[in-house]
Design a protein around this ligand. Sequence first.
Ligand code: IPE
Ligand code: IPE
Ligand code: MG
Length: 260
Amino acid sequence: MTNTVSPNTVSIDKPANLPRHLAIIMDGNGRWAKRRFLPRIMGHRQGAKTVKEIVTACRELGIPYLTLYAFSKENWSRPREEVQALMDLLYEYLQNEVDELLGNRIRLRAIGELDRLPERVRGLLFETMEKTSKNYEMQLVLALSYGSRSEIAEAARRIAERCIEGKLSPSEIDEALFASFLYTKDIPDPDLIIRTSGEHRLSNFLLFQAAYSEFYITDTLWPDFNKKELLKALHDFSGRERRFGKTSEQILLRCTGSES
Ligand code: IPE
Ligand code: IPE
Ligand code: MG
């Protein structure tokens, strides 16, 4: 049965300033399993349950964009059985969640080298994206077979091609034009990036888009992450002053509307 979100389920603990776009590097599934003497795939399986809980929580809170780093380009070099198991899990997730996504008016999207996904997974992914394409309440973006450096290189290649074809002049290339050639062209930059399992790195995730993102790192492993932990991260974010290169005084003036 679809678990449709109603306004009554919104937590009273809702932070004052929510990110418009929250991105999460879901890390630590393997270590979660290892600590329990279980195969790594059991960690991924448990991690998929966390995905459901966090998607629901973000929908309840009213976060418009949620990006989940589910599989990096570099993850293709993991043992074949693990890659296979992750693809199977993705297929299962799409199969099980489509009604939930439709019921909660969540649009599913994906960024990355999607043509590298196994045909059956890609087919279901595109079908689910199509089915949910009219939804507007929230956008759930899965980063799959995603690598930020190749996204940037690919954008540069396509821009160069346009210039050679005479459709674009090099003088027109600026930050906004460059961004319009990325997978994320119609998605705002992430305001907050959470990484679980204590690693302090981006691992080739949204390098261009994260220029002014806030970071929140927790030691909690992804399978143990939950709504309570999410709220902790969101409260932390809510209390931060984002200056974008300006001074604190300028930001305060803008908040009180006294800046010309
Ligand atoms: C994150 O967990 C899931 C993917 C990268 C697919 P890991 O599998 O990287 O877990 P650790 O880092 O080995 O604990
Ligand atoms: C980053 O995790 C990729 C995903 C969460 C999908 P990894 O576990 O692959 O990152 P590294 O190798 O520790 O940097
Ligand atoms: Mg990892």
